[in-house]
Design a protein around this ligand. Sequence first.
Ligand code: OTU
Length: 651
Amino acid sequence: MYEQISHSLLNDILNQIKPDIYEQDLRHFYTRLGANFYAIHSLFDRLYGNRPDFKEQSLRLVETMARQYIKRPDKLKDLDIEREDDYNWFLSQEWVGMALYSNGFANDLKGMKEHLSYFQELGVNLVHIMPIMKCPEGRSDGGYAISDFREIDDRIGTLEDLNELSSEMQQRDLLLVLDVVLNHTSDEHEWAQKARSGDPVYQDYFYTFESRNIPDMFEQSMLEVFPETAPGNFTWDEEMQRWVMTVFNNYQWDLNYSNPAVFIEMLDVILFWANQGADILRLDAVAFLWKKIGSTCQNEHEAHLILQLLKDCCQVTAPGVLFIAEAIVAPVEVTKYFGEDAVIAKECEIAYNATFMALMWDAVATKNAKLLNQGIKSLPVKLERATWLNYVRCHDDIGLGFDDKDIIKAGYDPNSHRRFLIDYLTGQFDDSHARGLPFGENAKTGDARISGSLASLVGLQYAMETGDIEATEDAVKIILLLHSMILAFGGIPLLYYGDEIGTLNDDAYLSDPNKMDDNRWVHRPHIDWEKTERRNTTGTVEYQIFSALKKMIAVRKEISVFSDFNNRELIEVDNENLFVISRFDPHKFSDRVLVVANFNSKPQSLNLEEVSSWGSYQNGELMDLYTRQSPEIFNNALIVPGFSFYWLYEM
Ligand code: OTU
């Protein structure tokens, strides 16, 4: 859009721009800047327009984008243009991801390069390497407390290792996802150190206060993320003689985005990693970016403005790079991270589908799909050019983040139902084989979350310990059932490393003083490559899981109904144990797959009349795409064995 005020500011900026920038070939840069400048200016103005240095900051913003554009390697610039042409590229069903810690997976980045064929064998072509930036030895929150945003941690490797890895990945058509931790720094970051030593410029990078007055006001409405290990949201710094806001751990200092200098620094960091070859950036804890007294300091409107501005600026310098919103918040809030009040995604193109994840764990615990159906019914429709990251497990705990209203509609009392889920998943009942651990128990609110590896949560650990063959079979079936869901739901499935071979809880963290207080480490494994070898031996659990996932992934990639163009319909059925969705080809409606999942241990029946809207199956024969067999049908009822799924296609 052409608008006079922003255009005259742009003219001013272009006149003042430094000669080193001016002399470069910036054709594409200027075209994109022209296209986005009205939006950039409006957002920057809404956030920082009342500051006397607004114009100066605007110039710095444009210079930051231009400098990183100049540094952007040519092959990435070419990729940008390719992706501008094929702008829906990431909505295709061909993408299947895995998230991992590089040191847990392969010791370091060099090791990662050695193991790339493992991903290709399984069919994974998008690899999310969790934080690799420099962080303190001990107080690092698994890499989410960063002490240098432009360096790789020594224990993981060097920038050169990353560049080699990313080129090799590009050769093999594997996408690279990296983390950028936007909300906070480690207290050992240079900015925090300078703030500590009394530098007011850097104290303004954080929220620091002389007295408890303002912190106390904030505390009245803020929640606690780690109530057991880091209660409260402020930490007294002895050296600085000030309170500093620390929403997460007390060594993670929250950045102050009401200061434009912070915004520009972090934009520069984002563009820096885009230029290192990252295809997608996972933006950590985005719900927390804006702090306001009297609010929970989560999901504030300004947090969305910041993300929109980051996106608009990134589109100018590195338009091929996508953002993932890591916002583990209420279902109605999550979809806003695609863009508040927008039609086409304009903040993050991808968001964690924490709602679906938590709902699936409800179905596992209750052995029915009542709340899963209800929760998905309430899930807001996504924007265009936006997609979900669907996952079963990740490196964090499982939060029971569904809506109380949905719990009631499903026929439960919210408090006792949540209690039941925690007790079930932590194995408090005789008939529960789950081996989860309670995480973040909050005595004040009664809230709790759950840690534990997928395999241990679904009973594989119990089965192995007791030598119970039937329990082993059930655990494997549930692992496959859950993966069949994330592969078929619509969006990018994100496997979690180790789950593909049934990795159990690992108690090693208990003997490490830096980890023992945080039981999320129980499910952050060190891959035992000898154990992974067993994926090649028929009959082993590793073989059963790995080979089944490999097959599922291959089937998904072949069928375009699994791409994500809002082409999913929930089908409500009488049998509460079943979750049934229809996936269809947005261009060829006759191409359809009926996804049926049975969360109960017993076989269930689905009256085919209930799914008559789905197709004229009566005339044709149904075939399961995964097993390539016809399902059992009795008196017009589809029989779904316990803990199993179908991807049905009409022949
Ligand atoms: C994210 O977590 C990361 O995934 C965690 O590993 C970090 O500890 C945390 O940020 C701080 O950097 O912010 O929007 O276990 O679910 O804190 C949600 C709690 C987050 C996480 C939550 C999450």
